[in-house]
Design a protein around this ligand. Structure first.
Ligand code: GDP
Length: 303
């Protein structure tokens, strides 16, 4: 989702930038020698690392081995290969789940490694911390401009709509859409509905990434957030409204809640001139349009 939004917005707004991409089936980013050969052949001026094994709360807690091992291997192979092939600039994408479960809200960058992580996404968070720290260490030890961005929960065109592996917004768009189609009287959302989450439309993240890549002295890592959060139950009612589902919404406390609240403080990035431009309501409408279009054209991502 992030990679395709980067390509779309760069082509639209910065057509002079030559974008070099590699698809998963062309290059295994866990394989350092292959990544090194790719960089040797393509010689990028900068690398934007948007590749990860990602998933929602259930996928994360069910497959911690893959979430830790694959993401650590991709981070190390890519960052090291960039350095050994002379790439001067590297922007690594992490996630705000790197912060402790009970970090003071809104979460500032300094909260990193101050107390234990949320268990449902610990494996992914650990991998993202390794990537962030490796960039920081390369920058300090070798003087290359390797730095990171930590986006809050993202959504938008190209999202993954898998019923079990997706994040909450695509998960609920699909659930409510299918329930409307099947005329179901009620839909159960996972958990208690009380956790609070912050959501950022993917294009706003991409604007932040382009902004950071042009910054002469960016922070080692920086939060990228929307600025306000919403409870999962409120979110469910909002998405049901967008989709046009009018049945009842119930909760399923047998499913995990995850961290109680995850609202980021993005004042560091905002102080450099970035701010989000797509309202949550507008973003949800666009995401649902994308869902409908992708479904119609047989391009719905669901894995
Ligand atoms: P998290 O932010 O890492 O916890 O990731 P998710 O986006 O997967 O989940 C956010 C919250 O939404 C959690 O409290 C989930 O239990 C809740 N949730 C409710 N319904 C769903 C659903 O259908 N799919 C997902 N992924 N989460 C849901």
């Amino acid at each position: 989702m992030v990679g395709s939004a980067v390509c779309r917005l760069l082509a639209d707004r910065h057509p002079h930038v030559e974008v070099i991409t590699c698809a998963r089936n062309q290059l295994d980013l866990r394989d350092e020698s292959k990544v090194r050969s790719f960089f040797e052949a393509s010689r990028p001026d900068a690398v934007l690392f948007a590749a990860s094994r990602v998933g929602g709360i259930l996928a994360n807690s069910t497959y911690p081995v893959e979430f830790l091992a694959d993401n650590v291997r991709m981070a190390i192979a890519t960052i090291q290969s960039a350095y050994t092939t002379g790439v001067k600039r590297f922007l690594y994408l992490g996630s705000t789940c790197i912060y402790p479960k009970f970090a003071p809200q809104p979460i500032r960058e300094e909260a990193l490694l101050t107390s234990p992580l949320e268990t449902t996404n610990e494996a992914y968070a650990l991998a993202k911390i390794v990537g962030l720290k490796l960039c920081q260490y390369y920058r300090h030890q070798h003087g290359v401009l390797y730095h990171s961005a930590m986006p809050t929960n993202l959504y938008g065109p190209g999202d993954n709509y898998h019923p079990d592996h997706s994040h909450v917004i695509p998960g609920l768009i699909r659930k409510f859409h299918d329930a409307k189609d099947a005329d179901l009287p009620q839909v159960a959302i996972w958990g208690t509905g009380t956790p609070r989450r912050e959501f950022l439309y993917v294009d706003d993240l991409v604007h932040a990434l382009i902004h950071l890549l042009a910054h002469p002295d960016p922070p080692d890592w920086v939060n990228v957030g929307y600025g306000s959060d919403i409870s999962i139950l409120e979110l469910a009612h909002t998405i049901a409204g967008v989709v046009g589902y009018t049945g009842a919404i119930t909760t399923d406390p047998s499913k995990p809640d995850g961290t109680p609240r995850k609202l980021t403080d993005s004042s560091l990035l905002r102080s450099t001139g970035w701010k989000p431009t797509v309202s949550f309501e507008e973003g949800l409408e666009r995401a649902y349009d994308d869902f409908l279009r992708s479904r119609e054209t047989g391009n719905l991502r669901s894995r």
